[in-house]
Ligand binder design. Structure first.
Ligand code: NAI
Ligand code: MG
Length: 491
């Protein structure tokens, strides 16, 4: 049954910026609107932050960093994170509903993130009491004890995309709270509600005002954060092009920067693979979240002996995927986030056949009753794709799979690596030696063998090459919010 309930947070009132624990309008009074990608309806009116508002938020974050928050003991930060985990869990259905309504993630998938959110917040809670430096032997002629202190970096500017708003907010705020940093978070203009509500829950959990601030707005708001001289670190997730702009803007005050950017990840199916296992993963490795996933396995390499069979299998599986409104619990393929994204993806649907790819499934907007007001693209399969086609090289960020045949191991590894990206990769084979060899040779930050998409807060995720630098998940995630002080004491 279609979900008809609406979260209490969607009360129709304009949403302010969250600065120093208060919901406030933009100083200019400017607002913007966010629309449902399923129905085109207005979802919310939001304050549009400009550079003055960003400055106000950064000042609040700085004051909180220097103020009471700096005196919170690790166990107190841990307690706050554990309370936050409880509050988020209690409201998880509604938080998922916000993402579902505002950016179109199907409700079952959105609610499916509950476990991952809990594991993440509890992981960061654990990290809060596990921070430690080292004592180091030295050979200085005078007896001196040397050790390191691990200290919070300071004010973090976090800029996140729209494809996983709640999850992205949690993975930016979590390490901030674990380490004692403070944050100015900028959600994407198409998906602000769940990050805003998540930040309110931080306050309810006992995070002091000013530690977690949210400024809503578009690219210019993000740029103001990247340029602000009193922001110590930028944590960015989004497109490669915007990441490059942020790196350039952050140079002025030599900010620490971590970048989780896009990908064009290879998913390689060898002829000896378990094809029953590989088929749904090959499809959902691209079609999950309507293809709006940074690690999507969009270049599907299939070894020649099973090439035709796999195309048929994947096409048959794809034909069974329920396309529908995000609020229908049976929907697997929801709409794309916005008209802008729809236009972008559609341009690649036109380009594929022009470049000589063979259209096997999809290839167009979904039409008919219930689909006229939204931005659905049918899950699309192009076969016989060549490496030099733009559809095989550029991040489409829509439900578009490019299937390509290959003959032997060295050839496919070379082709898999012939990209400026390096976020992830998949390998399907029953031969453990072949799998381990492929794992070593694929230049990407995450490799899945006989699986696709597993993620956990304990396991690092991030890019090689132009897919970025820095890791989220794993010990490196929290490390990136700390800096090291070397200390010498005469004994
Ligand atoms: P984007 O990378 O421009 O947006 C991500 C975030 O950056 C948003 O919060 C946006 O407001 C902000 N932003 C934009 N310009 C900025 C600037 N100059 N300085 C600071 N912040 C800025 O991505 P967009 O325009 O939403 O999507 C375009 C394409 O980017 C997609 O089609 C997709 O290919 C890619 N993308 C990749 C993502 C990933 O996770 N790999 C996530 C989102 C988009
Ligand atoms: Mg929207």
């Amino acid at each position: 049954m279609i979900e008809t309930r609406r979260p209490a947070y969607m009360d129709g009132k304009p949403k302010g910026l969250l600065i120093d624990g208060q919901s406030v309008p933009a100083l200019s009074g400017a607002t913007f609107q966010s629309f449902s990608p399923s129905t085109g309806e207005l979802v919310a009116e939001l304050a549009l932050a400009d550079a003055q508002d960003v400055d106000r938020a950064v000042r609040a974050a700085r004051a909180a960093f220097d103020g009471p928050w700096s005196r919170f003991k690790p166990a107190e930060r841990q307690a706050v994170l554990l309370r936050l985990a409880e509050l988020v869990d209690a409201e998880c259905d509604d938080l998922a509903l916000l993402d579902c309504i505002e950016m179109g993630r199907p409700i079952t998938a959105a609610r499916g993130l509950r476990g991952m959110l809990q594991r993440s917040l509890r992981h960061f809670a654990g990290a809060a009491t596990s921070l430690h430096g080292q004592t180091l032997s030295n050979s200085f002629p005078v007896d001196l004890l040397s050790y390191t202190l691990r200290e919070p970096i300071g004010v973090v500017g976090a800029i996140i995309p729209w494809n996983g708003p709640l999850f992205s907010a949690a993975w930016k705020v979590g390490p901030v709270l674990a380490t004692g940093c403070t944050i100015v978070l900028k959600p994407a203009e198409d998906a602000s509600l769940s990050p805003l509500r998540f930040a309110e829950l931080c306050l309810e959990a006992g995070v002091p005002p000013g530690v977690v601030n949210v400024v809503t707005g578009a690219g210019a708001t993000g740029a103001a954060i990247a340029e602000h001289p009193d922001v110590d670190k930028i944590a960015f997730t989004g497109s490669c092009e915007t990441g490059q702009r942020i790196i350039a803007a952050s140079a002025g005050s030599v900010k620490r920067v971590t970048m989780e950017l896009g990908g064009k990840s290879p998913n390689i199916i060898f002829a000896d693979a378990d094809l029953d296992l590989a088929t749904p993963a090959a499809a959902m490795g691209v079609f999950n979240n309507s293809g709006q996933v940074c690690a999507a396995g969009t270049r599907l390499f299939v070894q020649r002996p099973v090439y035709d069979e796999m195309i048929e299998r994947i096409a048959a599986f794809t034909a069974g995927l329920k396309i529908g409104p995000s609020l229908d619990p049976e929907t697997v393929i929801g709409p794309l986030v916005s008209a802008k994204q729809f236009a972008r993806v559609s341009s690649y649907l036109d380009l594929g056949p022009q470049e000589g790819a063979r259209l096997v499934a999809g290839g167009a907007r979904v039409t008919g009753e219930g689909f006229d007001k939204g931005h659905w693209v049918a899950p699309t399969i192009f076969a016989d794709v060549r490496d030099d086609m733009r559809i095989a090289r550029e991040e489409i960020f829509g439900p578009v799979s490019c299937i390509m045949p290959f003959d032997d191991f060295d050839e496919v590894i070379g082709r898999a690596n012939a990209t400026r990206f390096g976020l992830a990769g998949g390998v399907w084979t029953r031969d453990i030696g072949k799998a381990m060899n492929a794992v070593r040779r694929i230049r990407a930050g995450s490799i899945w063998v006989n699986h696709y998409f597993a993620m956990d807060p304990s396991v690092p995720f991030g890019g090689y090459k132009m897919s970025g630098f820095g890791r989220e998940g794993g010990s490196e995630h929290v490390e990136a919010y700390l800096q090291t002080k070397g200390v010498w004491i005469r004994s």
